[in-house]
Structures are given as C-alpha cells and as structure tokens.
Design a protein. Structure first.
Length: 83
C-alpha cells in the first residue's frame, strides 16, 4: 500500500506565486460562469407564470454571494491600494 504524501511533503513542493495567481484566476472564471448561469436561470424563471418566489429569492441570494466572492478574488488578484 502506497501512503499518501504528508502535508510537510506538500509544502516542500509549494506552488510559485504565478501558479497561485493562475489558481485564483481559474476560480474567478468559474465563479463568473456560475454567476452568469444564475443570471440566466433567474431571467427564465422570472418569465414563468406563476413564479416560484421562494426559489427566485434563493437564487438571487446565491447570486449576491457569488458576486461578493468574485469581488474578493478580484481584489486578491489585483489590489487597488498600494501594499
């Protein structure tokens, strides 16, 4: 049986700053895609009569949470204030 690498071994092969930014950029893209998908879902659900108000509220709340995550990641990748 081959044991999995320990955390200490993982830390020794720590990613460079560039790969961290790549990782954050990838997360940002995925969040933007999910946000756009929610926008489309909310738009199409808004056109249905009768509307499921509870579902609409939940989707909008999730969309706002995603937007907050997107803003945090954007600030982590490119902070506007000097360090």
């Amino acid at each position: 049986m081959n044991p999995s690498p320990s955390r200490a071994e993982d830390a020794s092969a720590s990613p460079t700053l560039d790969s961290n930014l790549h990782s954050l950029s990838r997360q940002l893209i995925e969040l933007r895609i999910e946000h756009a998908d929610l926008d489309a879902s909310i738009d199409s659900l808004s056109e249905v009569v009768p509307q499921d108000e509870l579902l609409l509220r939940r989707l909008k709340k999730r969309r706002l949470a995603l937007r907050d995550q997107i803003v945090r990641l954007e600030n982590a990748i490119d902070p506007k204030e000097p360090a």
